[in-house]
Design a protein around this ligand. Structure first.
Ligand SMILES: *Cc1c(COP(=O)(O)O)cnc(C)c1O
Length: 383
């Protein structure tokens, strides 16, 4: 193989939709409708249809989406919000930023997601909300989580930044998109996300009309009538140029998810063939009866403390890999003295120490995947 291997290939993907993207961007520039132009409303409506009819409020990025969602719940200092310890920092950062207490709980070591049992262990009389994160593209088991939330009067804010397009399957067989099951759902259009723009962007999903109106107000300086501010808000907008790009890419989202699924199946078949009894690593666990997987990441768990050595070996061969995430949030300096963890978070630690994500994107070819897997096999064959 020649040519550089990338974790993601945004350029290759762009080339296939270049004409439409360029036309969309040029239209915005020609019209100079840079702020809240028609493309933003078009995107909001198209995304709402894709998400099964839920209200969509667009905003500046996924972290803002989470912050605005929390602001809309009207929580007070001392209120606790449960988050998984094994996730990206945003999910917990916004809780601390608003003066609330993040309560970090452990995750399921197979799915990397929080379960209702993890949430139960973090529950106190001060718990007001939970932020389940659908990590790496697979849904948390939401039905028991929603039942538990109803029983204890908790708000659920889904962090859907890594799983847009995935579907959860309820016990009675009906399906719902991730991001539309909780009271509020949040997502990010960061370029490398499954539905990414060419800069920053985010959105909030909400089915409750009143709450959704409040969210829209908060994102727009706390006003619904211009220059009349009834609550404290912020300025968080999706750029019109980014909306124009997203309008093109949204049409391809299912095709993109399929390409990722195909690539994931090819990795799993090849790697299981090599390490059939799981001596060296675990391939990703798929909760197929409960969730479709949109493979934001293809993440192995490397055994016997060899993760870092494997990563270095691959890098020497020009094969990139990434550690999402090397440090559980309860061990991050920023949250010392702010967050609460009730118990040892063994699985989060074990995940942080063993995970390795391989290149995963819509343009992967089997030839490149073969080269990546050859690299992995050579490493273990030399042991
Ligand atoms: C990317 C991401 C975010 C934040 O999105 P930004 O748009 O970068 O602010 C939040 N949560 C998770 C799980 C993410 O992966």
């Amino acid at each position: 193989m020649n040519g550089k291997i990338n974790m993601v290939d945004l350029h290759g993907q762009y080339l296939r939709i270049k004409d439409e993207i360029d036309a969309g961007i040029n239209e915005v520039i020609d019209s100079t409708a840079f702020i809240n132009g028609p493309a933003v409303r078009q995107f909001r409506e198209a995304l709402s249809r894709y998400m099964g009819g839920t209200d969509v409020i667009t905003c500046a990025n996924g972290t803002d989406a989470l912050q605005i969602a929390l602001m809309a719940l009207g929580l007070k200092s001392g209120d606790e919000v449960i988050v998984p310890a094994f996730t990206y920092v945003s999910s917990a950062e916004v809780i601390a930023l608003l003066g609330l207490t993040p309560v970090m709980v452990d995750v399921d070591p197979k799915t990397f997601n929080i379960t209702v049992d993890n949430i139960r262990r973090g529950l106190t009389p001060r718990t007001k909300a939970v932020i389940p994160v659908h990590l790496f593209g697979q849904s948390c088991d939401m039905e028991p989580i929603m039942d538990f939330a109803a029983e204890h009067g908790l708000y659920i804010i889904e962090d859907n930044a890594q799983a847009i397009g995935a579907e959860y399957v309820f016990r009675d067989g009906h399906r719902a998109r991730t991001g539309t099951m909780g009271h509020i759902g949040c997502t990010s259009f960061f370029p490398s996300k499954n539905l990414g723009c060419y800069g920053d962007g985010g959105a909030i999903f909400c089915k409750d009309e009143k709450l959704s109106a409040k969210i829209a107000m908060i994102a727009n300086h706390g006003q619904s009538v211009k220059y009349h501010h009834s609550i404290t808000g912020c300025n968080s907008r999706l750029d019109t140029i980014q909306a124009a790009i997203l309008n093109v890419k949204l049409k391809h989202i299912d095709e993109y998810s399929d390409a990722r699924r195909k690539a994931a199946a090819y990795y799993t078949a090849g790697l299981k063939n090599f390490d059939s009894d799981g001596e060296f690593f675990d391939t990703p666990f798929e909760m197929s009866d409960r969730s479709t997987h949109v493979w934001h990441q293809y993440t192995l768990k490397i055994k016997n403390g060899l993760r870092d050595a494997l990563k270095a070996f691959l890098a020497e061969r020009g094969i990139p890999s990434m550690i999402y995430y090397p440090l559980p949030l309860n061990e991050q300096e920023a949250f010392k003295g702010i967050a609460r963890t009730g118990e040892k978070l063994i699985h989060s630690k074990e995940c942080a120490d063993s995970v390795l994500s391989l290149p995963m994107h819509t343009e992967l070819t089997t030839a490149v995947q073969d080269e990546i897997m050859d690299g992995i096999e050579s490493f273990f064959n030399r042991l």
